[in-house]
Design a protein around this ligand. Structure first.
Ligand code: S3P
Length: 428
């Protein structure tokens, strides 16, 4: 069901927020919990539909999952405890679910099929099929590259794989397959991507070594169920950080946010442009850094996102593009071809929606150029079914000169179902 939201210009963004659990970490805790021995209890599990797709798949593979809301217990049965699913596994809109779970399915003694929604069915899967085939897995895809995937599980052997694209999902897929392989599997990444999998596997007791950009995991470990707490999602917090930076007079605090250094380039990038963001406290929980964030309206210089920074900010680029238009010198994004194969072609959907608001934006093959000092005009905007586009343009609408509408606003629930209520609560 498509819903439309009306967003009025905000006078101020203020308050103290707690946001739902990190999407990336939630997926990993659920998947690894399922193949660990004994119970894994997870607090602050993501409320997003994507992470519920992962829980649905885990259940369909014969693992009992108890709980509701944000608290779950996964009754893991060890590496060999999964059962053949009665039907096809549904990954919904979630690239993380299909790509990461494929690594586990490849090592099972049974065949499975995994599919997704229309958007996921257009996203490329060769990036996981290739290393898994090298490990001995047999995988078929529609037209050789798109979901559904049919995975005939087999005995896997260890490989030493260099990722052709910086992708934490692909890295995770190979590491999870490596749990089932004979010997030690290594993955080398061209640019360091989010390392939640490495941290989580270590927490569950895997034998994993990280040497610069090379990660090595020993096959057939004994993973033990654990008690885990998911930090709040920095990529969800990004929408509120940008809202606070955009609307004059704003002052906002956000509690318990995951600040893993492979994710927190966002804070350095914003601070480098002149953003007033404070982290009054920092602690470590289950190997992940967590802190509170305080943000105040700031006049920003603008900047460039390219190279390794693009990979580190990949999920935040839509909302940073919105912010760029309000900076002094604007924002340039390069090396972001990956954005074209996310839930939508995010270079296109960002540029189209900016233009609908009367904001100039130039589309590049691998990025965009958004001049600074621009005004946002009220407009009818469209998420194209992409959660991050819906939320990024709700933030843009806060700075417009009248009421805007966001079609397909329900898409936000893929990662952040509480987004609209949270936005209403802190908007004055
Ligand atoms: C994710 C990795 C990123 C990111 C996605 C979540 C993860 O994708 O865009 O939202 O949890 O590993 P890629 O690894 O494909 O870049």
């Amino acid at each position: 069901m498509q819903t439309t939201k009306r967003i009025s210009p905000a006078k101020v963004i203020a308050g103290s927020l707690s946001l739902p659990g990190d999407k990336s970490i939630s997926h990993r805790y659920a998947l690894i919990g399922a193949i660990a021995e004994g119970d894994t209890s997870i607090a602050n599990y993501s409320t997003g539909a994507d992470c519920h797709s992962t829980l649905g798949c885990v259940r369909a593979l014969g693992i009992e999952v108890e709980g509701a809301g944000t608290e779950f217990v996964i009754h893991g049965k060890g590496l060999d405890g999964l059962r053949p699913p009665a039907g096809d596994l549904d990954a919904g809109n979630s690239g993380s679910t299909i790509r990461m779970l494929s690594g586990i399915l490849a090592g099972q003694p049974f065949a499975s099929r995994i599919f997704g929604d229309e958007s996921l069915s257009r996203r490329p899967m060769q990036r996981v099929m290739k290393p898994l085939a090298q490990m001995g897995a047999r995988i078929e895809a529609r037209d050789g590259q798109f979901p559904p995937l049919r995975i005939a599980g087999s005995r896997l052997h260890a490989i030493d794989y260099t990722l052709p694209v910086p992708s934490a999902q692909v890295k995770t897929c190979v590491l999870l397959a490596g749990l089932y392989a004979d010997g030690s599997t290594s993955v080398t990444e061209p640019i360091r991507s989010r390392d939640h999998t490495e941290i989580a596997l270590r927490e569950f007791g895997a034998d994993i070594a990280v040497e610069r950009q090379k990660i090595t995991i020993a096959g057939r470990p004994r993973l033990a169920g654990r008690k885990l707490v998911v930090p709040s999602d920095l990529s969800s917090a990004a929408f509120f950080l940008v809202a606070g930076l955009l609307v004059p007079g704003s002052h906002l605090s956000i509690h318990g946010v995951g600040l893993n250094p492979t994710r927190s380039a966002l804070l350095d990038f914003l601070a480098g442009m002149g953003a007033r963001i404070r982290v009054p406290n920092l602690e470590s929980q289950n190997g992940e850094l967590i802190g509170d964030l305080e943000v105040e309206y700031s006049e920003l210089r603008g900047g460039t996102i390219d190279g390794g920074l693009t990979a580190a900010l990949i999920d935040e680029i839509p909302v940073l593009a919105v912010l760029g238009a309000a900076t002094e010198k604007g924002l340039t994004v390069r090396d972001a071809g990956e954005l074209r194969i996310k839930e939508t072609d995010r270079i296109r959907t960002v540029v189209d929606n900016l233009r609908l608001m009367g904001v100039q934006a130039e589309e590049l093959p691998d990025g965009m150029v958004i001049p600074g000092r621009q005004q946002f005009h009220a407009a009818r905007l469209d998420s194209s079914g992409d959660h991050r586009i819906a939320m990024a343009f709700a933030v843009a609408a806060l700075r417009a000169d009248g009421e805007s509408t966001i079609e397909g606003a329900d898409a936000a629930s893929v990662s952040f179902p509480e987004f609209w209520d949270t936005l209403a609560r802190c908007t004055g």
